[in-house]
Design a protein around this ligand. Sequence first.
Ligand code: 13P
Ligand code: SF4
Length: 330
Amino acid sequence: MANKKLKKAGFLNIPVPQGIDLVQAIKDLKKEKNAIILAHYYQDSEIQDVADFVGDSLALAQWATQTDADVIVLCGVHFMGETAKILSPEKRVFVPDLNAGCSLADSCPADEMDKFIKLYPGHTVISYVNTTAAVKTLTDVVVTSTNARQIVESFPLETKLIFGPDENLGNYINSLTGRNMVLWKGACHVHEQFSLEKILALKQEHPDAQVLAHPECKTVILKIADYIGSTSALLKFSTHSPTKKFIVATESGILHKMQLINPDKIFIPAPPNDSTCACNECNFMRLNTLEKLYNCLKYEVPEIFISEEVQRKAVKPILRMLEISGKLGL
Ligand code: 13P
Ligand code: SF4
């Protein structure tokens, strides 16, 4: 019964003990359970600060293969937990709130992707990591935004490729590599939201600022960006660039790390079209909270489960990605 309720809610909805030092309690539980907390850059800053490792989706996948912890708590979205479980089926993997989905993964149901692939016989299937485990079983090689170009370029020019589900990333990689990959038409609801007009107005106000953009943004935004890259690439660029001010067109959680590493620089979140919402925050990513993280560690729910058959098939394209990008080891 409790399990059924939990499944429906997606997380254990009970109050944490009053007056508790949550951060310390999480650290104690981590030790007690030989657990590791991996967090994506889009998590709330308090979760990033309590994590053992904060990284992009590629680095989180790598960590899952490297850690000798018995338990992985993946503070990110569901597909990230699935990827960790697929890579480390012997470990227990938890995501503090199972409702933490992803609009890209949701845009690409496995049965529809299967039909789409059948329309293009002889094509190699490249899937963005932002997909369900079921879609990964239909995939030849997975990519993240960090290694997409490298992996696409590892195929001879004449290889026919399908790329999904992010159309913006696919268009961007096509433009960089001169390929003509067949694209699934999916998009991230956060990265689609950035307003060209508002970014241009900000640039006028701050002529000394550089625009940084994630490749999930629309082409019009990428065209005016000074630098385009994955979350970790944007972080690196902002750290090594002599520029002191940046307008950042990706989920605003990344600003926490940028500011921490570069206290002397100014980071301005790029505004979304709708100024009445916090649309540059991923509502899925932000479902994870310190309270849910505490309950997750304490009661060991909610857990990610993958059938043996899906794990066996889905691990192949992920390992292929890690091999091509030379990232099987850290
Ligand atoms: P990264 O691969 O840059 O971490 O991006 C993940 C993601 O979900 C972007 O929206
Ligand atoms: Fe998915 Fe977009 Fe959220 Fe990233 S920011 S997890 S792509 S919905």
